[in-house]
Write a protein that binds this ligand. Sequence first.
Ligand code: 5GP
Ligand code: MN
Length: 344
Amino acid sequence: MITKVIQEDHIQKAKQYINKGDKFVIISHVSPDGDAIGSSLGLYHFLSAYGKDNISVIVPTDFPSFLKWMPNTKDIIIHAQTPELAEQLIEEADVIFCLDFNVPKRVEKLAPALLRAPGRKVLIDHHLDPGDFCKLVISHPGISSTSELIFRFICQLGEYELITRDAATCIYAGMMTDTGAFTYNSNKPEIYTIIGELIKKGIDKDAIYRHVNQTYSESRLRLMGYIVYEKMKTYADKQASLITLSLDELNQFQYKTGDTEGFVNLPLSIEGIAFSVFLKQDKEYIKISLRSVGDFPCNLFAAKYFNGGGHKNASGGEFHGTIEEAIAVFEQGLAEFNPTLPLI
Ligand code: 5GP
Ligand code: MN
């Protein structure tokens, strides 16, 4: 038996919205990751099985090809490619599910359309500090992925039977990617009870792992070698590490969306490194990824220096300026915000 973590009145309210609604939109965050896509498609497959036939999954920007094997990814609407269609669907939706993000800023250019839409908004998310932009807020930062929350949500609706193999596949993919294939944030026994249930639904967990982690290009592996050999700087006294990549360097390795996935974790394999930061230049700004092991709260570091946030051990942010300036901010942060000391 899985603990009912979602409040019963929230479940009843959501059930009412689902039963009354005809047109559904499911939205997730910019640069969607496995949990964003997995939870969105998991809910999509459930709503289809529940008998709804007007459901659109919308994301602000494109996502990596190692996520495009999930059932029905080809139906996902990408706002950056078809803004008018995406905005019209949001405007006309009866119910808008907001998955795997906590504040409108995380959907970037979709935020205005989301905020002005008249439909009932339901947040289902596991990030800290949910914003006040949804009518119903199902927020559980203690749960390691939004996909796991979607599984729990469907079960609490009493609809476990309607979880199809396709839904289970997407849910598992999201649970797996947000825990680094169950290597962090994944020590709660119920995670494995849920995995057992998903396997009973017919998923092939080994194939899902291969789809996500073993289908990269040759140039991506060479880029990984380059960053480790040439670009990784360590700050042993601070137990920290920094990797930077410029647009020129990315182009040199025929960079495609998703190619740098997981790079930020590499320095954490070094004994004594507990905090890793990766700065990647984008067209409009520098994207920052931060990871830590143990108690170091990289979300606080991200919030203080890079206008970001996220989870204690996995956060992100952005910086407007040059790479050199971003490095200076990082180093200043390291000096002030000593990760070797207990911080809070
Ligand atoms: P990633 O490094 O994979 O892009 O992001 C890791 C986590 O950090 C995400 O799951 C999300 O919680 C958070 N995150 C990433 N980028 C941002 C950002 O710009 N702002 C905030 N608040 N959180 C972010
Ligand atoms: Mn997530």
